[in-house]
Design a protein around this ligand. Structure first.
Ligand SMILES: [Zn+2]
Length: 313
């Protein structure tokens, strides 16, 4: 497909609150994956955050990609929201079966199970082919890349070549370890921080090829172009950001379902107030997201990641 405007995509990782409990070491609260009953949780991110993203995309005329954790489908409310996502014409991608942060370090057999069972469940629930994968915590390994290709995915979108983010994440993991609250997150080696910024084909040791659609960084200084960073750093004014956006040839704007939750109105537990997205009320976050996606759609062709994968690099 020929395109005249620069390429962009918008996507949402649907990490339910239990995922954040694991990041912050609240394993006893709801983060413990062993014997964990998803049907018994309150799926706040799915039922509050995701519908707001659907509103945002309806308003801005954008088709997006939602990366879902397949075990969440055990909850009937989650299945209802997923149906709305599909009905609105968005893509559903695979964000693993249980969102294990150490997926890249697991055995080949458990990696395969995480990927293939998740893909099967998501395809079953959506009635659509699931072709894309995003790794929990954005961490890949050669074995994981092989498994992504082997289990029928045509692209991966997990590389985040952003030195600012990767350095912050590494120091955060270290700080939690020093506090005696080991985080579930895994740090990436520095060579990943400076990897390609635009789509490319990764040659795997087996000879297989895997298309990588990296997560967004701005050409200037590789600043992160993701929802969470926008909230963390304070979004530069719309006017200041516009020329930076217009120049970027590949912008993969990655959001999280939690970005559009409201800590007080949605009843998010207080132990998660340490999350940057929880400290900004929805009334302040919402217009930032609307402006950002509106501006992106004005200057770029915003397609789903599956559409870009089909178009090739
Ligand atoms: Zn995630």
């Amino acid at each position: 497909m020929e395109t005249l405007r620069p390429r962009a995509a918008v996507n949402v990782d649907i990490d339910e609150l239990y995922v954040y409990d694991r990041i912050h070491g609240h394993a006893g609260a709801s983060g413990n994956p062993a014997g964990f009953d998803v049907a018994a949780i309150t799926p706040t991110v799915w039922t509050r955050g995701v519908p707001r993203f659907l509103d945002l995309f309806a308003r801005t005329g954008v088709r997006a990609t939602f990366f879902a954790v397949a075990q969440d489908l055990a909850h009937p409310d989650v299945r209802a929201v997923l149906r709305d996502v599909v009905a609105a014409g968005h893509e559903v991608g695979n964000h693993s079966l249980t969102h294990p942060y150490d997926l890249s370090r697991q055995s080949e057999a458990s990696i395969h199970k995480e990927l293939s069972q998740a893909r099967a469940r998501l395809q079953d629930a959506t009635g659509r082919a699931v072709t894309g994968f995003r790794a929990p915590g954005y961490v890949l390994s050669p074995a994981l890349c092989e498994a992504i290709a082997e289990t029928g995915h045509t692209y991966d979108s997990s590389r985040f070549p952003c030195p600012t983010y990767q350095a912050a994440k590494a120091s955060f993991i270290q700080a939690y370890a020093m506090l005696g609250r080991p985080s579930g997150s895994v740090a990436e080696p520095p060579q990943v921080w400076f990897g390609p910024r635009t789509p490319y084909i990764e040659r795997l040791p087996s000879g297989r090829a895997l298309l990588e659609l990296p997560i967004g960084v701005l050409p200037a200084l590789r600043l992160p172009f993701i929802g969470t960073a926008a909230l963390l750093m304070g979004l530069p004014s719309r006017v200041a950001l516009a020329p930076l956006l217009a120049r970027a040839d590949w912008l993969n704007f990655e959001c999280h379902g939690i970005d559009l939750t409201d800590h007080d109105a949605d009843g998010v537990p207080d132990r998660l107030r340490t999350q940057p997205d929880q400290r900004v009320p929805l009334a302040r976050k919402w217009p930032r997201f609307v402006h950002l996606v509106e501006d992106l759609a004005r200057t770029h062709d915003v397609w789903t990641l599956a559409q870009w994968a089909e178009a090739g690099v």
